[in-house]
Design a protein around this ligand. Structure first.
Ligand code: GLA
Length: 378
């Protein structure tokens, strides 16, 4: 847990005033991977890992921002143009401020101190947590009401423009709309969603501790391939392609595009089936769908990696494991595992011994507690 009293004390010592504190969580995706930018379905949940922005308004247009996580500090003006030389983490802060002003929300400067326990670069959306906490902070300090989908979209724009990743809406959506004890079933086309209680389902997250540098360029490449495949079918997006379309036209479609399309089309079906299984408490059906999702991401969408596959294979060998899959964009990061409660301890012990034996890497393992979305801490 983040020590909020310590964050407040450090802020006051640094900036000589008491802060307001805004929080936004990371997320784990239960199922529905690489479907969001194809107008499809996703089922993420917000985590109790979160990013906290302690902040106070300034009377000028300077922004001083520091992070306890990285032990860094940076200063810029709200009038500075986007600067490629800014350190990566500050680009999100500047990006959010620029997009808010561009969207009609004039800002004053701010002093900000960030703390976070969202594992960085692990597929648990540390960047969305940063974007949404900073967006809430700037908006809140300046008296603007920027909430809900508008806040999520501002975060997503920062990701596109300032991090160069053409991501979908899932991560920022989960950071904003998270609900304790619930997964969020989102239709990424209509943006309608339902919170589905996870009930008895208990998930464990295993971090492979692998971060592949190619992730961003490969992500954008996958998105283009999906667009190409949708264009082949003459449809606005792969959401509009049915399994029957795939069957009839598969011979004409280049193999690579067929594989990409098949992943998205079948993954959308799996999400819908998974929501049904969760609602009826059929956890073994849910677990099977998770397994199907991983296999499809590994074989058809090709966004897994050796360590993710090893982690999933080890998990599937353990008693009480109903399903295991990679979660998030891929090329490293975490797996999510649906494990019967009685087997949790053994599962964790076995991952801690078997994963390093096969990879030489010490993993991290987290119990998945599902938390609320962004809020001001009062
Ligand atoms: C990343 C992106 C999301 C989504 C996932 C894959 O987390 O930010 O928008 O596309 O990858 O499901």
């Amino acid at each position: 847990m983040i020590d909020l009293a310590n964050l407040e004390k450090k802020f006051t010592a640094r900036y000589n005033t008491r802060p307001r504190i805004f929080r936004a969580p990371g997320r784990v995706n239960l199922i529905g991977e690489h479907t969001d930018y194809n107008d499809g379905f996703v089922l993420p949940a917000a985590l109790d890992f979160a990013t906290y922005a302690a902040c106070a308004l300034r009377e000028d247009r300077r922004v001083r921002v520091a992070t306890l996580t990285l032990d860094r500090e940076f200063e810029f003006s709200l009038d500075d143009p986007p600067d490629a030389d800014f350190p990566a983490w500050t680009k999100y802060v500047q990006g959010i401020a620029l997009i808010l002003e561009r969207s009609g929300y004039p800002l004053k400067g701010a002093d900000i101190l960030i703390d976070s326990n969202v594992p960085i670069g692990s597929g648990l959306s540390s960047s969305a947590a940063l974007e949404v906490s900073i967006g809430s902070a700037f908006a809140g300090l300046n008296g603007h009401k920027v909430v809900g989908m508008e806040l999520a979209k501002i975060g997503q724009s920062a990701e596109h423009e300032f991090a160069g990743v053409r991501s979908g809406i899932m991560d920022q959506f989960a950071a904003v709309f998270g609900k304790a004890g619930h997964a969020l079933f989102l239709d990424c086309r209509s943006l309608e969603y339902e919170a589905v209680p996870v009930g008895e389902a208990k998930f464990i997250i295993c971090n492979t501790k692998v971060k592949h540098d190619l992730a961003e360029s490969e992500y954008n490449k996958r998105r283009s391939q999906c667009e190409e495949a949708a264009a082949f079918f003459g449809r606005p997006s792969l959401r509009d392609v049915s399994p029957a379309d795939l069957d009839t036209r598969s011979a004409d479609l280049p193999t690579l595009l067929l594989k990409r399309a098949r992943h998205v089309v079948t993954e959308n079906e799996r999400v819908v089936a998974a929501v049904k299984a969760l609602r009826s408490g059929d956890l073994s059906a849910f677990g099977n769908l998770m397994n199907g999702s991983h296999n499809s991401l590994r074989d058809d969408f090709e966004v897994s990696c050796r360590e993710l596959d090893i982690m999933v294979e080890i998990a599937r060998r353990q008693p009480g494991v109903l399903g295991a899959r990679m979660t998030g964009g891929g090329f490293g990061g975490c797996t999510i595992n649906l494990v019967e409660a009685a087997h949790h301890k053994d599962f964790v012990d076995r991952i801690f011994s078997e994963y390093p034996a096969e990879t030489g890497i010490e993993p991290e393992i987290y119990r998945c507690e599902i938390a609320d979305g962004a809020e001001e801490i009062v």
